[in-house]
Design a protein around this ligand. Structure first.
Ligand code: SF4
Ligand code: SF4
Length: 342
């Protein structure tokens, strides 16, 4: 009862965003986000890894709303206006324009656009002497609002060879934040894109906290440094987690030293365990699948992040009981809510 009263009193509080990042794919970022979702309960999920979305594999979303994403433009030639001069074909540096139906006497001289190759630069339309080329909105993908056992989830699917994933990430994030505000949820959990490119920047800008997940290898150290430089540029507070730390303890130590030198905090270590794969096969999060070992480390990690997001010192005991209640008694999940005072 007290918890419910608390939830209502928190409705007006600003929504916090925890974004989980990695320098490359396959570091365990999504497995951690899914476990955090199971522990946080009342958070809204945002899968911003739109180029290779996979949070849905564990979250099992039921799509409730879907819409096309049109982030760019695409050239289209009107054959009835085309004079067949070939200028557009010469100017297109992406080789997206070819003669239409070679051998066809009627259409041989006109040109057509390959939609997969067109980058939407607009050069052909600008220079076409017959004004036969239109720049139309391009459908780059689809986005969804879904229900999951953890709460609402916003996710997307970028079409094959499509660009503008940064815009799509922004759309996913904005929608997730709006849903969180409407529901009175205080947290959006973001599965960020890997790397340091445009979609990552769109995932991270303005976030409350970034968790950088990396592995204990030389490339893991390098990846962590690149992501750390990115979040530092955007002044996002960040913490580091070494996944599969026990595969190379010395390298784990090196990464953590490096992180501390850069002013990052250490959120925790997560061991290598085949349980992670078994949980994926069972379509469960690690904390749903197991109780100790790897799962306990993830719970400890979550607790630490929670403390960063909800720095009120009086919250510590409540956090602990919320996390342990969620872990040990799945039937009590509805009571173990995300209750930040932040
Ligand atoms: S530049 Fe215009 S008129 Fe010339 S081939 Fe291309 S579409 Fe046709
Ligand atoms: S818009 Fe640019 S990329 Fe697309 S066909 Fe025209 S010149 Fe080529």
């Amino acid at each position: 009862m007290n918890a419910l009263i608390h939830i209502h009193s928190e409705r007006e509080r600003p929504v916090k965003e925890l974004v989980v990042l990695s320098g490359k794919g396959g570091t365990g970022k999504t497995s951690l986000v899914a476990s955090f979702a199971a522990l946080a309960e009342n958070a809204v999920l945002a899968d911003c890894d739109v180029d290779a979305a996979d949070l849905h594999l564990v979250a099992a979303p039921r799509i409730e709303r879907r819409a096309f994403f049109t982030g760019g433009k695409q050239a289209a030639i009107d054959p009835s206006l085309c004079a067949g001069c070939g200028r557009c074909e010469d100017l297109c540096r992406f080789h997206a324009i070819q003669a239409m139906a070679p051998g066809d006497q009627v259409w041989a001289a006109t040109r057509r656009v390959d939609p997969l190759a067109c980058e939407g630069c607009g050069v052909c339309a600008w220079f076409c002497p017959a004004q036969a080329i239109q720049m139309n909105p391009a459908v780059n993908g689809e986005w969804f609002v879904s229900a999951t056992r953890f709460g609402p989830m916003v996710h997307a699917r970028l079409g094959a060879a499509e660009e503008n994933s940064g815009k799509l990430v922004s759309l996913v994030r904005t929608t997730a934040k709006e849903i969180a505000s409407e529901r009175g949820s205080a947290l959006v959990l973001i599965d960020g894109s890997p790397g340091v490119g445009c979609p990552v920047i769109a995932s991270v800008t303005g976030a409350s906290l970034a968790l950088i997940v990396t592995e204990p290898t030389p490339s893991g150290l390098h990846d962590m440094e690149r992501v750390a430089a990115l979040v530092a540029h955007f002044r996002i507070p960040a913490a580091v987690c070494v996944n599969k730390w026990d595969l190379n303890e010395a390298m784990t130590g090196l990464i953590e030293e490096n992180a501390l030198r850069r002013g990052l905090s250490l959120a925790g270590r997560v061991r290598y365990d085949r349980l992670a794969t078994q949980a994926q096969i069972a379509e469960k999060t690690i904390v749903e699948y197991a109780g100790d070992g790897l799962a306990a480390e993830i719970r400890a990690l979550w607790q630490k992040l929670f403390a960063r997001l909800a720095p009120d010192a009086n919250r510590k005991d409540e956090v602990k009981s919320s996390v342990s209640a969620s872990a040990s008694a799945p039937q009590n999940r509805t009571k173990a809510r995300w209750l930040p005072r932040c």
